[in-house]
Design a protein around this ligand. Structure first.
Ligand code: NAP
Length: 294
């Protein structure tokens, strides 16, 4: 299933995420996913595994043009020249000549002018054909407004925390108003259950009884139901797994359909409670992370 972005580029709606995929597991996970039928991988400079993602793509034997490669610029590389150079680092590690989608990993709320300059570099990369589409991540409506006022190209994608317990309807509405595709991170609620993470509400969405009942009715798993819920509402989703069975399970979502009442039941589970970092919180340590050269 493809989604057409606001610049006409098509993006496979479902991709493989690789946050917290250990480098030694990432190459195999990417290769397994591509052999399973995935054609979209979401990585980031900050994940430290772009090199392994590139190896997995090459091991799959697929042509470069058959795989939609998405990565993110980390905040310590924000600024016009720094972000142009972040592209060099990303393509160097991935071993590719262009990126399909390059996004800013998050706003830097206390240095928004640097965020704007970083986005202007993305615009240059787009104009030069070094990326096919550009976007943002973790941008709230007021960040989008500030960005749109200061730049020319409307982001193609806004990647945000989005699972049944946190649906960010306000961000989704702002995205659609501008023709921006909302892409769900933690689409099956990973941040509600991955180990070692605190958070205000650690209710595990994977164990939600309403989702379990819908899954049971369709002979599918809760993860598959959540992914279907994203796809049927026009979102992109990038579930992470390094387990071959779960990689396959998460792609086996094209043979059933949730009814409008079922979509409504899942939409009603929203708690309004964010699990991930607050995009408006200025955290200095983010700037301390140095993204290595390719
Ligand atoms: P997720 O994809 O919702 O969940 C991943 C977790 O679920 C992992 O612990 C995985 O473990 C497990 N899992 C995978 N498939 C499963 C299944 N079918 N049944 C049960 N458990 C399953 O969470 P995420 O990794 O946070 O988000 C996905 C991707 O979004 C990331 O990998 C990354 O690419 C992106 N992301 C972006 C941001 C951002 O700030 N832009 C933040 C977070 C994530 P196994 O690997 O053991 O299967």
């Amino acid at each position: 299933m493809d989604i057409t972005l606001n610049n006409g580029v098509t993006m496979p709606a479902l991709g493989l995420g690789v946050f917290q995929s250990a480098p030694e597991e990432t190459t195999t996970a990417v290769e397994v996913a591509l052999n399973t039928g995935y054609r979209h991988i979401d990585t980031a400079a900050a994940y430290g595994n772009e090199r392994e993602v590139g190896n997995g793509i090459r091991n799959s034997g697929l042509s470069r043009s058959d795989v939609f490669v998405e990565t993110k610029v980390w905040v310590s590389d924000y600024g016009y020249d720094q972000t142009l150079h972040a592209w060099d680092k990303a393509v160097g590690k991935l071993g590719v000549e262009y990126l399909d989608l390059l996004i800013l990993h998050q706003p830097a709320p206390d240095r928004f002018e640097k965020t704007i300059d970083a986005y202007k570099a993305l615009e240059t990369l787009l104009a030069d054909g070094r990326v096919r589409a550009i976007g943002v991540s973790n941008f709230m409506p007021h960040h989008l407004k500030q960005l749109l006022e200061a730049t020319e190209v409307i982001p193609a994608v806004n990647q945000i925390e989005l699972h049944p317990y946190f649906t960010q309807q306000d961000v989704q509405a702002a995205d659609s108003e501008h023709g921006i595709i909302t892409q769900a991170w933690s689409p099956i609620g990973g941040i509600t259950f991955y180990p070692g993470w605190g958070g205000k509400d650690r209710r595990n969405v994977m164990q939600d009884p309403a989702i379990a009942a819908i899954a049971h009715a369709h002979g599918k798993s809760p993860a598959q139901v959540m992914l279907r819920w994203h796809l049927q509402q026009g979102r992109s989703a990038i579930p992470k797994s390094t387990n071959p069975d779960r990689i396959a399970e998460n792609f086996d979502v094209f043979d059933f359909e949730l009814s409008p009442p079922e979509l409504g039941v899942i939409n009603a589970l929203d708690t309004g409670v964010r699990n991930g970092p607050d995009p408006d919180e200025a955290r200095e340590e983010r700037f301390a992370m140095v993204i290595t050269e390719a």
